[in-house]
Design a protein around this ligand. Structure first.
Ligand code: PSU
Ligand code: MN
Length: 299
């Protein structure tokens, strides 16, 4: 199907309480079968909150807003699926390839369907060693370009947190703490980084999004939702493992789009699966909160 035909077939979900879900975490962020279980559980969480899930990906060059259960199961076992960020979308579509979408690419495709809310686990950011590598995720620029609001558990501690926050500040992206006054750091609930903006309810977040829309800001806000207490990991323990993973990465000379998947994979091994268990818990929690916000937005 040519691209204009594909775009014509994209549904208009502007009147739905829709929540987008990404697929790079499915193919490059978690091992099978936990990845598939987690993806399906996230859809359930969104429904439980009273909203509608739409998992996004590209199957044989076809943009799909709302993968079926069968699509998710197949994609979760497809080791040749390519990681698709903003720059990779035209290539993936033109060559008829199967690709999983990152936060940036999922925002772009969700926007075509007028989906306003997108739940994920962790976002890309400014990497440690930026002064040498200039590695900044394309996710960060997408927030100022594309009007889809993203719920995550904060930037992962594999990143350079202060530089990631400065970058978002420069781009004018509101980072909204959901029931928290400090920045959650993915595996841990709190941090030393204070947030300027917080919200105590999904309703308050929906109101801020409505104000941004009325003012035609045409950009995302980033909602940071702390990991449930029970699954929060010790930051000193994680820091040790992250430093180990970074050393392995340097030795293996990993660059570009392989960096994030490499680190995520090494961390699962280095923490004996502990990081995976936490990862699943926080993603599901974000899906539920995303559902609550999507529902409020359509009231
Ligand atoms: N951070 C995580 N888990 C993930 C990712 C990031 O904790 O699965 C994925 C997301 O899909 C994100 C992408 O959009 O990695 C960022 O990749 P990069 O740093 O190459 O832009
Ligand atoms: Mn990068």
């Amino acid at each position: 199907m040519d691209i204009s035909e594909q775009i014509k077939n994209i549904p208009d979900l502007s009147s739905h309480p829709a929540v987008a879900l990404e697929t790079t975490v499915l193919t490059h962020g978690m091992p099978y079968p936990q990845n598939v279980e987690c993806a399906l559980a996230c859809e359930e969480e969104i429904r439980r909150a009273g909203a509608e899930p739409y998992t996004i990906g590209i199957i044989n060059g076809q943009i799909k807003i709302g993968l079926t259960k069968e699509d998710i199961i197949a994609l979760g076992q497809n080791h040749s699926a390519i990681k698709v960020s903003r720059k990779d979308i035209p290539y993936c579509v033109t060559e008829g390839l199967t690709g999983s979408t990152t936060v940036a690419a999922t925002m772009i495709l969700a926007n075509l369907a007028h989906i306003k809310i997108f739940s994920t686990g962790g976002i890309g950011g400014v990497h440690r060693g930026f002064n040498e590598t200039m590695d900044v995720s394309a996710d960060l620029d997408e927030f100022s370009r594309t009007d889809v609001n993203v719920i995550c558990a904060g930037p992962k501690a594999i990143l350079d947190i202060p530089r990631t926050m400065e970058y978002l500040e420069t781009q004018g992206v509101p980072v909204i703490g959901y029931q928290t006054s400090t920045l959650p750091l993915f595996y841990t609930r709190t941090s030393k980084y204070a947030l300027d903006i917080h919200a105590s309810s999904a309703k308050d977040i929906a109101e801020m999004i409505k104000v941004g829309d009325a003012l035609k800001l045409h950009q995302a806000s980033l909602i940071v939702n702390p990991i449930p207490e029970k699954f929060s990991l010790d930051p000193t323990f994680m820091e040790e493992k992250i430093e180990e993973a970074l050393k392995m990465m340097e030795k293996d000379q990993i660059h570009g789009k392989r960096v994030t998947p490499y680190l995520l994979d090494k961390l699962v091994g280095l923490t004996q699966g502990k990081s995976l268990e936490s990862n699943i818990a926080l993603i599901k929690n974000n899906a539920y909160v995303g559902g609550l916000i999507a529902k409020e937005l359509k009231k």
